[in-house]
Design a protein around this ligand. Sequence first.
Ligand code: ASP
Length: 411
Amino acid sequence: MSFTKKVLFSMVTGIVVGLLINNFFIPNQLIESILINQVFHTISSIFLILLKMIVLPLIFVSIISGIISINDVNTLGRLGIKTLTLYIFTTMIAITLALFISSFVNYNIEVIDAVNNTKQVLAAEPSSNFILSLFPQNFFAALVDGNVIQVLSFAIFIGISASYIKNEIPEFVNLIDNLNKIFNKMVLIIISFTPIAVFALLAKTFSMEGLDVFIPLMKYFSIVVLVLLLHFTFTYSLLLKVFSNLDIGTFYAKLKSLIIFTFSTSSSNASIPFTLDIVTNKYGVNKSLASFSVPLGATINMDGTAIMQGCATYFLAAYYGIELELIDFIIIILTATVASIGTAGIPSAGIIMLSLILTELGIPLEGITLLLGVDRLLDMMRTSVNVSGDTCISCVVAHSENLIDIKKFNQ
Ligand code: ASP
């Protein structure tokens, strides 16, 4: 059985087992204290602890290695700034769209709140000055506190400094590359336990809360899919229309194989060779531009991930009865943009980085467990959107610089 099928299977089994327990065995002291609070809770918690354990080392190293891999910071120049600006711009549109559409959804807070008497709502820490809080006074303190955003900004600084002198420090560059490979491997190992963890956490959630949690979760899933589709169809066609005169129909028609590929890998990084091939050979983008824009996009441009993070934050805020104010929306847009830049292009990285936004807003991280059951499927779809965004922007930038073979594009 493929991994996806396994996750889907354990998802359904977890829900069914949970509902059976909820309907036929609750209240029952033994079932509640041993099966739910010990067995299910321990299995799902180990999984989460492992995910949290890897997040800081992973982003620290992947950011440094991503920045060093850009050939030369000085020569990035206009091309780099253009690509970077468009990447960040589309991510901001994506997250704004996600929040806008989510704000029309009623997740039925009362119902969820009433059944979740065990939940603790953490008070949102007042973010007195968001900009200042991005920078660590003491890097080690940031590490110990698990302050993801400060670790990220320190990593960006190291990456930029290192790329100025990368010829003098080949051992360091090698070390970072190797560490990056090791941490990515660790994530894959942890993720391989997803089926059992998904089973345990869905069985736990549904045995305690019954069907009440199912409908909001399905609503969340449908909202993410809807926003992904909207962004995929409208934002990218608009981008092509406004910034180039490339044929929109041709662009979408040629995306098919790339979408199928990214859908099955759930990884922008793993798709880089394939994306590069499509962008240069099918779309006719100049090789040297593509070899810079595609890996950069796979590392920092994650529109689909930002959409999931926006919808998830809104959903979890409703779930925990936390009211979001205007300033919170601004914080979400900024943090999700930074988080999606820091998200490694590997399966499930987006859901790990969601912890960054939730922490910033004081939303309990445990909420992530609730989303994990449907996240595998969403990961496939959002990765396809992530990579489509990289492709679209590569074409737009190439067109604006006359670095695209129009004949090849139209073929
Ligand atoms: N799987 C996504 C990617 O590789 C990242 C994520 O988990 O959102 O693009």
